[in-house]
Design a protein around this ligand. Structure first.
Ligand code: GLP
Length: 243
């Protein structure tokens, strides 16, 4: 028996590298990767960047779609998800800028922007592998508790708890925290051919237990992963406290 002690984000990065490297891309069918923001994927993104630097991985044939974006903060604001992705991943890898897809939280018509995004995913043949993190309340992307399990990309009002959690990024000033976001829906996420959720920390242990050991429930939106034919949960020891 071999026991490997690797950090969970390390194993996610290895897994993603293998999946991309095994894939046979064509011009019409690149590898389409769905991506989250948040602190959970940072370690994984840094590792992917290292793989790229050392020539073990290339994003030349990868198209990405991010899962969400805040409404109403400038794209270059340090807390926009656009800036986050540039800082932690995109500027360190060889992805073609035209292959990066992000929701525009400053679009004049937000509903049209959400429709455009769904259409762009479909035009690429759908998402091959969608990565995600979760909030302590079990939300995926910005599918706050109560989001329909059949939801698609749309404008979402953030839950009070999420707004409070986000004040840490805006100098503790709740008035500056975005109250709306654009987010893929639970069904958009579930449409991917494979989904992978990264969960770390004791503060997410109840969410993990609710999501994988209790019934599928729209109050814990990530519990939908139980219905996915190819769902993977990558977690650390602390997150398993309630299992
Ligand atoms: C936000 C994001 C989610 C993310 C969650 C948890 O709500 N919209 O996509 O999963 O935060 O973030 P963290 O990984 O920092 O705990």
């Amino acid at each position: 028996l071999n026991i490997y002690k690797v950090h969970p984000m390390e194993s996610s990065a290895h897994y993603i590298k293998e999946r991309i490297n095994q894939f046979q891309p064509t011009e019409k069918r690149p590898f389409v990767l769905g991506l989250p923001t948040g602190s959970s994927p940072i370690g994984c993104y840094h590792r992917l960047a290292e793989f790229c630097k050392s020539g073990q991985l290339s994003f030349r044939n990868v198209v990405t779609f991010n899962m969400d974006e805040c409404v109403g903060i400038p794209r270059n604001h340090k807390e926009s998800y656009y800036s986050f992705m540039q800082t932690h991943l995109f500027k360190h890898i060889d992805i073609k800028p035209e292959n990066i897809n992000m929701l525009n939280g400053n679009a004049e018509d937000l509903d049209a922007e959400c429709h455009r995004y769904e259409a762009a995913m479909a035009a690429h043949g759908g998402i091959e592998l969608f990565l995600g993190g979760i909030g302590p309340d079990g939300h995926i992307a910005f599918n706050e508790p109560g989001s329909s399990l059949t939801s698609r990309t749309r404008v979402k009002t953030l839950a009070y708890e999420t707004i409070i959690a986000n004040t840490r990024f805006f100098d503790g000033d709740i008035d500056r925290v975005p109250k709306l976001a654009l987010t893929v829906g639970v069904a958009t996420f579930m449409d991917a051919r494979e989904v992978c959720i990264m969960i770390t920390g004791a503060h997410k242990s109840i969410a993990l237990a609710k999501c994988i050991e209790e019934g599928v429930n729209h109050m814990w939106s990530v519990s939908a992963i139980q219905m996915h034919p190819k769902g993977l949960v990558v977690c650390d020891e602390d997150a398993t406290l309630e299992l």
